[in-house]
Design a protein around this ligand. Structure first.
Ligand code: ADP
Length: 477
């Protein structure tokens, strides 16, 4: 079966979040189980400059100007690149300029991605056609509309990695994007008077998936649905909405082979992990102290991620002689608040504002607790990395976090099922209780280590498992 993934990020070449990690792993895992999985992506400089031996497939006139379709291979996966320098030859984020302003022509930049993907399913490359087009997030949502409107035979799957980003544009663009008037309707891609590429994916796809089963349920509710919950409930009733959990790329995230960390270790020699903690404390300029539990967060700084709650609870960590380190970038008021806390508690809190892939590995390899207090979390990868590396995840009970972490309750501890700490309300009080429970377990070193080992020994979060579940879905379609 031929599968075309349509997306805008690809690890390790271009990454702003978990979407890139998924795109860097899933197609290869699908190839390993016998699918011909390929990727179509805009030829952003980070992609185009790093895929060797690109070949021209075709030149074509489109509503967004003349473009070239290129083809190459990257890490064993076939990639189609949409080369349109007037749209994509911009360094940095694929979505916005260095001032965080969305590009004014995003409507064309990402409509073109969907349009080309739809044509690739119908013979744009004379040597290959897609049976399934698998679109990821709003950037790719329009392909589902094009396939349906043009009555092409390929089936579409739309995966929601994050429902919060809706890809909204003025309806005046409809004709420019070669979309008929009647799709601008509640039964179509209209969303509160705008065109929404996300809604296009949700409405027109043959099947919607989310990256965890719990998130698939949550988005059918008012609290998580952004007004799309009615449509999503309808799609769930039609059995066209389900959740498939992301995996971990074990070639990248495995403490026994990870070249980005100081001391490699596994579940048999956890004591070696301590060297990584020491290095981390030194690197962050904190006192080297193994008795202090080291809490950490590696995250985009947005309200979704709930790190404002962490700021409120830092005094609790400090009072109990814990340490906290942050690697993150995003909203300027959150960056400023963390930098302020660092000044306030220089012996306990250290902050690195920025995005740094290798630093993120060193943090999960050295921290004792990795905090993911999200208000909503479609899957979340950071807690999976924490589990794999023996940094106990402290998470809010939502989305993929609820599906992947088991609280250190007495029952779970007794049955070797405890893997982290869970809190329920998105409040600092609720988070504080989980932090206090982490301190309690910290004072029970045997149970702490057992919990690390039970988390590290899990094998359920694999891309092979996810690839097989997607294959079953494709077959069904
Ligand atoms: P999201 O996609 O919503 O940002 P995920 O947990 O799914 O959240 O994925 C986040 C990914 O980005 C993880 O691989 C995490 O390690 C990485 N990440 C987030 N912020 C940073 C940062 N500042 N530096 C390095 N890696 C980061």
């Amino acid at each position: 079966m031929n599968v075309l993934h349509c997306c805008s990020e690809l690890f390790p070449l271009l990454k702003t979040g978990g979407l890139a990690d998924v795109m860097g792993s899933l197609p290869l895992a699908q190839k390993k189980i016998g699918l011909d999985a390929r990727v179509v992506i805009p030829a952003f400089p980070a992609i185009k400059d790093n895929i060797p031996d690109l070949k021209l497939v075709t030149n074509i006139d489109t509503f967004a100007g003349n473009i070239s379709l290129l083809y190459g291979q990257y890490r064993g996966v076939d990639i189609y690149l949409i080369d349109a320098p007037h749209l994509y030859q911009r360094t940095g984020s694929p979505y916005h300029d260095q001032h965080q302003h969305a590009y004014g022509d995003n409507v064309f930049r990402f409509a073109l991605l969907g349009w080309v993907a739809s044509e690739l399913s119908a013979g744009l490359d004379p040597l290959w056609r897609a049976d399934i087009v698998h679109a990821h997030d709003w950037h790719a949502g329009l392909v589902c509309a094009y396939l349906a409107i043009k009555h092409y035979s390929a089936k579409s799957v739309f995966t929601v990695h994050n429902l919060a980003y809706k890809g909204e544009f003025s309806p005046y663009h409809l004709h420019q994007l070669e979309l008929p008037d009647d799709c601008f309707s509640i039964n179509g891609l209209e969303y509160y008077g705008q065109i929404s590429f996300l809604k296009a994916g949700l409405f027109y796809a043959n099947h919607i998936t989310t990256v965890s089963p719990t998130y698939a349920k949550e988005i059918t509710t008012h609290e998580f649905g952004y007004g799309l919950e009615g449509l999503l409930r309808q799609r769930a009733d039609e059995q066209r909405l389900s959740g498939i959990l992301n995996g971990i790329d074990e070639a990248v995230w495995d403490p026994s082979i990870d070249r980005l960390i100081t001391r490699r270790y596994d579940v048999q020699n956890l004591n070696m992990r301590l060297d990584n903690k020491t290095v981390l404390q030194k690197k962050f300029g904190l006192p080297v102290n193994n008795n202090a539990p080291l809490f950490a967060a590696v995250s985009r700084l947005t309200s979704q991620k709930g790190l404002d709650l962490v700021i409120e609870t830092l005094p609790d960590i400090v009072e109990q002689s814990g340490q906290f380190v942050l690697l993150g970038t995003g909203d300027s008021h959150l960056e400023a608040a963390f930098l302020h806390a660092q000044q306030q508690y220089p012996k306990n809190v250290a902050v690195h504002i920025g995005y740094d892939e290798s630093f993120s590995h060193q943090i999960v390899a050295g921290a004792d607790v990795i905090m993911v207090p999200s208000r909503f979390e479609p899957c979340g990868l950071t807690q999976l990395y924490g589990l794999k590396y023996g940094a106990l995840p402290l998470v809010r009970h939502t989305g993929g976090l609820a599906d992947t972490v088991n609280d250190c309750s007495l029952e779970n501890l007794a049955h070797h099922q405890a893997t982290g700490f869970i809190f329920y309300e998105a409040t600092s009080d609720s988070l504080r209780q989980a932090i206090n429970r982490a301190f309690t377990l910290w004072n029970m070193p045997k149970q702490w280590q057992q919990t690390q080992m039970d988390g590290m020994s899990q094998t359920i979060f694999s891309w092979e498992t996810a690839a097989k579940m997607y294959a079953t879905l494709y077959q069904h379609l």
